[in-house]
Ligand binder design. Structure first.
Ligand SMILES: Cc1cc2nc3c(=O)[nH]c(=O)nc-3n(C[C@H](O)[C@H](O)[C@H](O)COP(=O)(O)OP(=O)(O)OC[C@H]3O[C@@H](n4cnc5c(N)ncnc54)[C@H](O)[C@@H]3O)c2cc1C
Length: 498
């Protein structure tokens, strides 16, 4: 536990840690309620916005609150018992309220069809909103929220990662952060709000908490390394939903690029995926059993977390190589921040880099990538037979997606499981208070966003961003209502009309 500093370097009413949608919402709301807000962000200004900024920027909006509750309960499945009924009711109410709040900030909500679990109770309420008529992504909603932060007197400090919470008795009274290589203490007279995202970029935490996926990489921000989970745990927070991730998707991770890249698969047909034993394990392509339903798969009538038999290789022939670029990136972190790797149309540059291995025969290729030559030869020959008959008895690829791998040379690209985001973190209640392991709220500590998200299992797309706004507002309002720990404290920030 960190000692309470005798003197503080800085002082404010509310410290918000992490500038994504959740932190922005909490800061806007607290500021509008008259609190003086400092927003700490670990990344440099050019990389601000976390997963929020690089996301598809779509929001799940339950058109009816009661049906929203039913849909949430259906998706939570066996994990429902862990979530209080009043928490779910508040979630549904505030998710419904998001639309009006966002319109007030300047969003033009446009509905798009995207009901992920149409068979579930309450699914009739599902609407998914994007900002304006254009495509999804493109920071379209982020820019609305960023502008709302910019026009308020919210002090943002970039490259200032928080690394510890300061507790005095039972109250959280400040934060220790790092700026310019120095440790600084910031007193929070009313409260601290944790909004610093999940642990997508912390391989050790991913291995600890996520079963069956030992080599996961993020497609979003590399700055979310679970700092909020560590800080909250150190002062006794209870954790929840640590097992739940949106993923895996099958992607490619180049050593030189900090995040994984999406694949551009279905342009050709003579390709397949194999596990370490040289066998196929899925219906390759898009859509396929990997990557749909945010990483959950229905087997034997039961929804389960998708796992993957890594290492995985994509095997293809010369005809497939010539059919188009295999790698691409869409709305991920690398593209938004302008580092987008320009994958060559004929995939030759990636062969030169050694990312794609090449051999004259399937047997030689197998040796090159450390797979049993007999097993790979058997798999390719069986796949070629299926392509010849137009029927994939093993994994159900459709006839028009199949072609035999017959034109040498043959190639292998190692694929990696990637994830969109984690859901786990400190448990919060309906007031957005962080809950301690004794079941009581940790005083003056709030949270919002994917850090300790409410989602324990199946996930409706748009749900995370919706939750950022819903619980970001609750955290901001409740934090600003806390009585200041110093009497003559608040200079306040002028309320700015939304
Ligand atoms: C490619 C992609 C597409 C997605 N599309 C959608 C979508 O369309 N709809 C949807 O609902 N969800 C989507 N998601 C998920 C969703 O974007 C996130 O779950 C959500 O935006 C998280 O918001 P947040 O504010 O909690 O965290 P983030 O937006 O990730 O922000 C956290 C911030 O905290 C900062 N930080 C981390 N540690 C510290 C520290 N120690 N001190 C200070 N700052 C720190 C980070 O740098 C980051 O800026 C997508 C995710 C990805 C990656």
């Amino acid at each position: 536990m960190i000692d309470v500093p005798t003197t503080w370097d800085e002082e404010t009413d509310i410290v918000v840690i992490g500038y994504g949608f959740a932190g922005a919402t909490a800061a806007i709301t607290a500021c509008d309620a008259g609190a003086k807000v400092v927003l700490l962000e670990k990344a440099p200004e050019a990389h601000k916005g976390g997963n929020s900024r690089v996301s598809a920027n779509i929001v799940f909006w339950p058109a009816d609150v009661a049906q929203g509750v039913a849909y949430f309960r259906a998706l939570a499945g066996p994990y429902l018992d862990n979530i209080a009924d009043d928490m779910i009711a508040v979630w549904a109410t505030e998710m419904h309220a998001n639309k009006a709040w966002l319109e007030g900030l300047g969003m033009t909500p446009v509905e798009m069809p995207y009901v992920e679990f149409p068979q579930a109770d309450g699914a009739a309420c599902v609407r998914v909103l994007k900002n304006g008529d254009g495509p999804i992504g493109g920071e379209r909603l982020w820019r609305v929220i960023e502008a709302a932060v910019a026009c308020r007197p919210i002090a943002i400090s970039y490259q200032t990662p928080a690394f510890a919470l300061v507790k005095d008795g039972g109250d959280v009274v400040g934060v220790i952060a790092e700026r310019d290589g120095k440790s600084i203490s910031i007193r929070a007279r009313r409260a601290v709000i944790l909004t610093c995202g999940g642990f997508e970029a912390n391989p050790t935490m991913l291995r600890t908490f996520v079963d069956g996926l030992p080599n996961l990489y993020p497609v979003g921000t590399p700055y979310n390394t679970g700092d909020g989970i560590r800080m909250a745990s150190e002062i006794g927070a209870e954790l929840w939903h640590m097992h739940n991730v949106s993923g895996p998707i099958l992607a490619f991770k180049a050593p030189e690029i900090p995040v994984a890249q999406w694949l551009n698969l279905p342009h050709g047909r003579s390709y397949l995926f194999v596990a370490a034993d040289g066998t196929r394990f899925t219906m390759e392509g898009e859509p396929c059993s990997v990557g749909d339903f945010h990483g959950k798969v229905e087997r034997h009538g039961v929804w389960q977390q998708q796992t993957l038999p890594t290492p995985i290789h994509m095997i293809f022939d010369e005809a497939y190589r010539l059919s188009g670029h295999i790698g691409k990136a869409t709305t991920d972190w690398d593209v938004v921040h302008g580092n987008h790797y320009d994958w060559s149309d004929d995939n030759l540059r990636e062969i030169d880099k050694g990312w794609i291995k090449k051999a004259d025969t399937v047997v030689e290729l197998a040796r090159l990538i450390g797979i049993s030559p007999e097993a790979l030869e058997h798999t390719v020959s069986r796949f070629n037979g299926a392509a010849g008959q137009g029927t994939d008895h093993d994994w159900g690829r459709t006839a028009d997606s199949l072609a035999a791998l017959v034109s040498p040379p043959f190639y292998a690209l190692e694929l990696t499981p990637a994830l969109v985001n984690t859901q786990g973190g400190p448990r919060r209640d309906k007031e957005a208070r962080v809950i301690g392991s004794d079941g009581a709220p940790i005083r003056r500590l709030y949270s919002a966003g994917e850090l300790g998200s409410i989602y324990p299992f199946l996930y409706q797309g748009g749900g995370n961003i919706g939750e950022c706004f819903a619980f970001g507002r609750i955290a901001g309002i409740n934090a600003s209502k806390e009585v200041s720990i110093t009497p003559a404290a608040t200079e306040g920030c002028m309320a700015v009309p939304a």
